[in-house]
Design a protein around this ligand. Structure first.
Ligand code: DAR
Length: 369
């Protein structure tokens, strides 16, 4: 697309889609001030938001250095998304103090003893492009680096498990039936080539080459390879104790970090991720709750989303991003902020926010679900 056509298209998107942060913060004068190579690089970063006007962020980094190279445009988008005022310093600290076993939802209400909880961090290795700019060879080469680390992780009694690859011809390749079973079990990620946002960003390129998942024997520690980021390291449990869940992730991440090449970090934004929404801690922590009273039995999330937003939480359907509520008003709630907050702050915000929404649910729906 010619430069003037791109500028015109983004102006139309901005008018019709005020929530598209790429369009909101695109500055034609800045874009035209770039040399041809930089202009091409920035056009690739914002392609997803151009091809998908309904995007929230509308941009994915292609290389770890993009956030610093194109800060003029990306920093305002990042601050807008993370609620950080212009001109204030961004400081990404790390604190995994899980407080022993303090954040236990069952202590709030016995009915919260068996909650589906998941916490994940995104990490990218500094010596490779980010997934949007990887060649097929680079995707497969990275997977080999990860598989070597998993072979050592599997020898650790605390994290023993297996690496399952979906790369055709991989020594760890699983068949289509096993892949589907793992997707159905909400462990493996779905076919990325069906996601228009990831397709436009090149992140789903060469599917399924270079993709797979490490799964621990207890199936409570999973590592996605080659999804939206090089690695998505996650702990998942049914229970109510977020402190125990976070400690599982912390220890797994620490062990795996020592088995891999250094991760990509930015002096300003902390852990570097494909999507600017994941910068900083790179962490998404979530749990599923049944809130029929606050969701009119899952038919309307408006009231819940407003209440959650006031608590610094985001609401998704139980089926993941862009899904509706599940049966009985089953929803996924997670803290929105990921940049400029520590892991411990994210955990406590989820714990305290869930407790508040649960209390609201009792008055909105006196008869227990
Ligand atoms: N489609 C992208 C999603 C942004 C947040 N979710 C991620 N990174 N999985 C958008 O800009 O709307």
């Amino acid at each position: 697309m010619a430069t003037h056509q791109l500028i015109e298209k983004i102006a139309v998107i901005k008018e019709a889609n005020p929530g598209n942060l790429m369009a909101r913060h695109f500055d034609a004068a800045y874009f035209l001030s770039l040399d041809e190579h930089a202009r091409q690089s920035l056009a690739e970063i914002i392609a997803s938001g151009v091809e998908n006007p309904d995007s929230q962020m509308g941009a994915y980094a292609m290389n770890p250095g993009d956030y610093d190279q194109f800060a003029t445009m990306l920093d305002p988008m990042i601050r807008d998304s993370h609620g950080i005022a212009a001109g204030t310093a961004i400081s990404q600290q790390h604190d995994w103090d899980t407080g022993g076993t303090r954040c236990d939802l069952a202590a709030i209400d016995e009915r919260l003893r068996d909650v589906s909880m998941r916490v994940r961090v995104a990490r990218n290795v500094a010596t490779f492009p980010l997934p949007g700019a990887m060649s097929k060879e680079q995707r497969v080469a990275f997977e080999r680096v990860a598989a070597r680390a998993f072979a050592k992780l599997a020898e650790d009694p605390a994290f023993g498990g297996t690496y399952l690859s979906i790369t055709p011809g991989s020594p760890n390749e699983i068949d289509a039936g096993e892949y589907e079973r793992r997707v159905e079990a909400h462990q493996m990620f779905k076919d990325m080539s069906a996601d228009p946002y990831l397709n436009a960003a090149g992140i789903s390129g060469d599917w399924p080459h270079g993709r797979g998942m490490y799964v621990s024997l207890k199936e409570d520690l999973l590592v996605w390879v080659g999804e939206e980021d090089h690695l998505r390291i996650m702990a998942m449990q049914r229970g109510g104790n977020l402190s125990i869940l976070f400690e599982r992730l912390r220890s797994g991440l620490e062990t795996l970090t020592n088995l891999l090449p250094p991760f990509a970090t930015s002096p300003t934004y902390g852990n570097v991720t494909s999507c600017p929404t994941n910068l900083g801690a790179g962490m998404r922590a979530s749990l599923h709750m049944k809130l029929p009273g606050l969701t009119s039995n899952g038919t309307d999330l408006t009231r819940l989303k407003k209440a959650a937003q006031d608590l610094g939480l985001a609401v998704r359907g139980a089926g993941g991003e862009h899904s509706g509520a599940g049966t009985g008003g089953r929803v996924d709630i997670s803290p929105s902020a990921r940049l400029g907050v520590t892991e411990a702050q994210i955990m406590r915000r989820l714990y305290e926010g869930a407790a508040t929404l649960w209390a609201m649910e009792q008055t909105a729906n006196p008869t227990p679900p």
